[in-house]
Design a binder for this molecule. Structure first.
Ligand code: FDA
Length: 369
């Protein structure tokens, strides 16, 4: 018999939830991670009690009561509500597009006035035939003002291309809200763990053996013989030695800065929608947890083309990559002891609640309940 029932590659949210279920069912698990910390991308660095989201801002939100109850078993959540702002040429606009935004743009006060104004803005582009690119698509959906002030520059920075060279399908619809509600999410539950995400991970991995600074690929043959089954949450293409070609990602660069002031922007998230400003967002971490520190830490977020060695953040779900993923998954299906999970091995954009759900589903399929 092998030493462990499960070797779990990756101590991120997926690996941690799966490990918890396996452990609770009496299975012997080893979790390894190549990073020097647990938590994968939800990890926060604690700087004198101020927690910095090192891999991008993370706000937990879900409409699924079971998922909310599950995470609340391990940590309590605060009442943080995501209400980002957009900064454009010295003015601030509320997001998502709602009555506060419309009031700021046009001075309209009632929902009726706002609807009329938006219709008027759109009318100019209503006769456009099939939109040929993102610019035409956006103009057709929201008209000139919202497009120029809140969409164009931000989108161009994000994709590194101008809007009239981007495909129209990137923007399918633009949601408008005709109330004065700045809550970004429509989900019933949201918040940030009190004390930070690391407590969630610590709770999930309590009493479970974890080895950090340990890369599966550096000692593959050893790890392959250690457990009956492998739960792999790393990159799908890397697992198969890039046999069907490398998968593409979009990456990000984060620039963290500590400032000896109490408050920099009065809000957790401010988007910068001007093309001329090189970053897309500034995150001020203390506001996720209503921090009272005498100093603050901000992070400027820069979009970045993916290059070897970069952190793979977002999958590029175009037809080429989708075809490669299909081939890789066919290969994976030939190994009954191999279980793929999480955002990297599934090559999918998973929010945290999707990740928890997927890990619980896999645990159920393994009869770990
Ligand atoms: P994750 O990447 O966290 O974990 C995988 C782990 O495997 C990593 O720790 C890695 O080091 C390890 N690993 C990989 N290869 C290995 C190897 N060869 N050997 C050993 N270890 C290996 N969601 C949400 O709900 N609200 C939000 O606000 C955000 N915000 C957000 C911002 C940004 C910029 C991104 C990229 C993502 C989000 N998310 C989010 C999504 C969220 O980050 C995601 O759902 C989870 O972190 C996914 O957890 P995983 O365990 O799948 O991957």
């Amino acid at each position: 018999a092998r030493l462990y029932d499960y070797l779990i590659v990756g101590a991120g949210l997926f690996g941690a939830v799966f490990a918890r279920q396996a452990f609770q069912s009496g299975k012997k698990c080893l979790v390894i991670d190549k990073r020097p910390h647990k938590g994968g991308n939800i990890y926060c660095e604690d700087i004198d009690g101020l927690r910095v989201h090192k891999y991008g801002a993370h706000i937990f939100h879900t409409s699924q009561k079971e998922i909310w109850n599950y995470v609340n078993r391990f940590v309590e959540f605060n009442r943080f509500t995501n209400s980002p702002l957009a900064y454009y040429k010295g003015k601030l606009y509320n997001l998502p597009f709602n009555m506060n935004t419309f009031n700021r743009l046009w001075g309209v006060v009632s929902p009726e006035e706002a609807r009329i104004k938006i219709e008027e803005q759109r009318r100019k582009y209503a006769s456009l035939p099939e939109p040929a690119n993102l610019e035409e698509q956006a103009l057709k959906l929201c008209g000139e003002d919202i497009y120029q002030i809140l969409i164009k520059g931000y989108t161009e920075k994000q994709w590194g291309r101008s809007a009239n060279e981007l495909p129209a399908f990137i923007i399918k619809r633009i949601p408008f809200r005709f109330t004065y509600d700045n809550n970004y999410f429509n989900d019933e539950y949201q918040g940030i763990p009190k004390g930070g995400y690391n407590l969630l991970i610590e709770g999930l991995l309590k009493d479970i053996e974890v080895k950090l600074n340990t890369d599966y690929f550096e000692n593959r043959s050893y790890f392959d013989h250690l457990a009956d089954k492998i739960v792999f949450t790393g990159c799908l293409d890397e697992f198969f030695n890039y046999e069907c070609g490398p998968l593409e990602y979009r990456s990000l660069r984060f620039e963290h800065e500590q400032l000896e002031i109490v408050d920099f922007q009065g809000n957790a998230v401010v988007n910068y929608t001007e093309r001329e400003v090189p970053y897309t967002r500034i995150i001020e971490h203390k506001h996720f947890e209503f921090g009272q520190q005498p100093f603050t830490i901000i992070t400027r977020e820069y979009p970045k083309a993916f290059a070897a060695g970069d952190e793979p953040y977002y999958p590029v779900n175009d037809s080429l990559n989708t075809a490669k993923v299909k081939k890789y998954k066919e290969k994976a299906a030939q190994f009954p002891h191999l279980l793929l999970g999480g955002r990297l091995a599934q090559y999918a954009y998973f929010d945290m609640d999707d990740t928890v759900e997927a890990a619980l589903d896999l645990a159920r399929r393994e009869s770990l309940f």
